[in-house]
Design a protein around this ligand. Structure first.
Ligand SMILES: CC(=O)[C@@H](O)[C@H](O)COP(=O)(O)O
Ligand SMILES: NCC(=O)COP(=O)(O)O
Length: 238
């Protein structure tokens, strides 16, 4: 089964637009779980433009599904993980000023740094996933860091899906098999939506988890949050 983790960054974007507490991110997270989310994902960024570090502490007290914290492993991120001990930390190579995540790790150049961080996260008791591009050369070095999983950066797949979905998914299917042979669990995320999700799942049925935020929250404007989460869950049942 592929688990749906709902990324609630965009709920915090909406809350921050008015500076008060509407919508309340903790309430929305609990509602997402009630509506069928199997995990909650957040990606606190250094400028706290959406999820704030305090939100992560508040969420950690109440989230009962898998709590997944994404981010660049700087000192503040590692301190947060030490405090919260989430089920999963997803390491993303984002520079502080990036608009959104736009690439996976170069696991060759950053190998020793990643290996140290993975070991530290394992000592804390947190499962680790490394955000990665669908390029074969990065998978064995990723495995050698000791990471439990990798998360496929799916923006290029999503961007090319409507032109030629077979071509768009090809590299992902190839690296998914490499990951499986290496014993790496496989997550996926970025720009997944109601159009492109089911095909990805059909082509890579052994995906463990997808984390979806932007499109899901946009869809919720039209279908409502409960319906939307159920619609995404159904895409993963195929
Ligand atoms: C790692 C990843 O792909 C997501 O976390 C994505 O970066 C969402 O972050 P934003 O909500 O800040 O765009
Ligand atoms: N890890 C990807 C994620 O959490 C959500 O990305 P997006 O759906 O907001 O593009």
């Amino acid at each position: 089964m592929t688990q749906l983790s709902v990324n609630i960054n965009k709920i915090a974007t909406l809350r921050n637009a008015r500076g008060a507490d509407n919508p309340n991110v903790v309430k929305v997270a609990l509602d997402c779980e009630r509506f069928g989310a199997q995990g909650i994902t957040v990606h606190p960024r250094p400028d706290e433009r959406h999820i704030r570090y305090q939100d992560v502490l508040d969420l950690a007290k109440v989230v009962t599904t898998e709590f997944n914290i994404e981010g660049y492993p700087n000192q503040r991120f590692m301190q947060l993980i030490r405090e919260v001990k989430p089920a999963q930390a997803t390491l993303v190579p984002d520079p502080p000023d990036v608009i959104t995540s736009n690439t996976g790790w170069d696991t060759i150049t950053n190998h020793s740094m990643l290996r140290e961080i993975v070991a530290e996260l394992h000592e804390i008791g947190t499962r680790v996933s490394i955000f990665i591009n669908p390029e074969a050369k990065y998978f064995e070095p990723a495995k050698l860091t000791g990471t439990d999983r990798v998360e496929l950066y799916t923006e290029p797949y999503a961007a090319h899906y409507h032109q030629d979905r077979e071509k768009a998914v090809k590299a992902y299917v190839e690296v998914a098999h490499i990951a499986r042979e290496l014993g790496l669990g496989l997550n996926a995320g970025h720009d997944l939506d109601l159009h492109n999700l089911a095909y990805l799942k059909q082509q890579i049925p052994f995906l463990k988890e997808v984390s979806i935020g932007h499109a899901l929250i946009c869809d919720a404007l039209y279908y409502g949050l409960e319906n939307t989460i159920q619609m995404y869950r159904r895409q993963l049942e195929i």
